[in-house]
Design a protein around this ligand. Structure first.
Ligand code: HEM
Length: 472
């Protein structure tokens, strides 16, 4: 059925006589536009962006249908071709059978028990960051979190410190690429590419070449060392070894490895950095939550000698957390969970229907775009009373059991759900615990906070914070 066929019955939704009015509103303020449409039209709404038919779903069962039960009838919508320039055929960009095979191959590397071994990297890098901070210093915590998470993911994947590898700027190059994709994947972003002399295109090419060279060198080094290396502690070794004899899936080639490493680099740092930035912001806005968090940290971690190489080495501070503490850091986990409810780092997912598709009372024609917004769903008062309130206590055991699966989906779901979810939880909880047991942060009163919903949900003007060292 063609989307324009006269027999198509569309769900209600906004219409405008002015062409592209809605698209302009969306570009200007995407989260609010989708919220307004949902508030007015409910579980399923239809509208047009230029000539494209779009369906916005805000019913957890519908979303489960698209992402899990009938996922084969959908492909990722926009931007795959663009993203492939950097990510090749990595997990985020590949489709169909090839994606499912790669996913099967890589999934074991991200099982929660394997992810545990990266906990020490997370805390060591967090402690190092905190060590450089000064009492009453003002900084942009969003930048600090991007630097921290890109250093952690590089170390976890490649096993070497990014600041000491050749080029010494994997972190900066990752940022350049992330910025480039954010720009390109916005509506009309493809126009940027058509002008190669634009600095953003040149910057991207250079960053890509440097990253490629480092990653290929590291693959070679890992292959050369694989026989003699016994600890094989980083993720690249795990990927090198991955195969699935049962399913007849062989080990990956260098190009496949390169694509997956680059994908994990890019998918694995900005999302977590945003989640942490919003968490620190919320903690500074809700001192009673911060105080309760601190009580938990004191009780779980206990106080010991700082012994951090500074002059006042006898200073007391909380013990550095480990992955074994995570089950006891229940309130910390609730804080991270609640922060990703209010500010989901991946704020919307898009799919394109391959064939006509029955959903509720409607037939969605092939080629239609389906939008499912975590941001909109997570603010639905039906599932989250007083949705704008930062209230970690809402995450009781009963609530978790009762909520429909896709009323809260910061990591998506199904075969294309986030492969790094266990890593992200471990990393988020350990960073919050490490940082908040050493520092308090105060949001700068005159600093404006606004959403910048690109691929991820960033703070538009960064996040200016003043630091205060915890004293014992
Ligand atoms: C708070 C942190 C994170 C959030 C909120 C997040 C969110 C997501 C979401 C929503 C998707 C699904 C996208 C879709 O269905 O279109 C996804 C996919 C993915 N994520 Fe994450 N992510 C996070 C951290 C990570 C980390 C730490 C890694 C790697 C170490 C990672 C690697 C990936 C990969 C490789 C995919 C593609 C999976 C596939 O298509 O098979 N993510 N992520």
């Amino acid at each position: 059925m063609s989307p324009t066929s006269p027999t198509v019955k569309y769900p209600p939704g906004p219409t405008s006589l002015l062409p592209n009015k809605l698209l302009r509103e969306f570009i200007h303020n995407p989260t609010e536009t989708l919220m307004a449409i949902t508030n007015k039209y409910g579980d399923i709404a239809h509208f047009k962006f230029a000539r494209q038919h779009v369906y916005l779903l805000n019913n957890p069962d519908f979303i489960e249908d698209v992402l899990v039960k009938n996922h084969k009838n959908f492909k990722k919508s926009r931007g795959l071709q663009v993203s492939k320039r950097l990510l090749g055929e990595g997990l985020v960009t590949s489709e169909g059978e090839y994606h499912d095979r790669q996913r099967r191959l890589i999934q074991p590397a991200f099982l929660p028990n394997l992810v545990k071994k990266y906990g020490e990297i997370v805390t060591a890098y967090s402690v190092n960051m905190c060590r450089d901070w000064k009492d009453e210093e003002k900084l942009d915590i969003h930048k600090s979190m991007i630097n921290l998470t890109s250093a952690i993911i590089s170390k976890a994947v490649l096993g070497s410190d990014i600041k000491s590898t050749e080029g010494s700027q994997v972190g900066d190059d990752l940022l350049t690429c992330a910025e480039y994709f954010n720009r390109l994947l916005m509506p009309f972003g493809e126009l940027i590419e058509k002008i190669p002399i634009l600095p953003i295109n040149k910057g991207f090419q250079q960053a890509k070449e440097r990253l490629d060279s480092i990653v290929f060198n590291m693959i070679k080094e890992h292959r050369d060392n694989a026989a003699k290396e016994t600890s094989k502690s980083d993720l690249l070794y795990t990927l090198l070894d991955s195969q699935d004899s049962e399913a007849g899936i062989k080990r990956m080639t260098d190009t496949q490895l390169r694509d997956e490493v680059m994908t994990i680099f890019l998918a694995g740092h900005e999302t977590t950095a945003n989640a942490l930035t919003w968490t620190f912001y919320l903690l500074s806005e809700y001192p009673s939550v911060e105080a309760k968090l601190y009580e938990e940290l004191k009780s779980v971690l206990g106080i010991s000698n700082a012994n951090d190489g500074k002059q006042d080495a006898n200073r007391l501070e909380l013990r550095i957390p480990t992955v074994d503490d995570i089950p006891n850091l229940e309130y910390t986990e609730k804080i991270v969970r609640e922060s990703m409810r209010l500010y989901p780092p991946a704020w919307t997912l898009g799919r394109q229907a391959i064939n006509d598709y029955n959903l509720g009372d409607y037939v969605i024609p092939a080629k239609s775009i389906i939008l499912m917004s975590q941001y909109v769903m997570h603010h639905n008062p039906k599932y989250f009373p007083e949705p704008d309130l930062f209230y970690p206590e809402r995450w009781t055991r009963e609530t978790r059991i009762q909520l429909p699966r896709f009323s809260y989906f910061p990591f998506g779901g199904g075969i294309r759900g986030c492969i790094g979810e266990a890593f992200a939880w471990m990393e988020g909880i350990l960073i919050v615990a490490t940082v908040c047991s050493r520092w308090r942060m105060f949001h700068e009163q005159n600093h404006k906070v606004e959403l910048k919903p690109l691929i991820t949900l960033r703070p538009k003007y960064g996040m200016k914070m003043q630091l205060e060292q915890k004293k014992y």
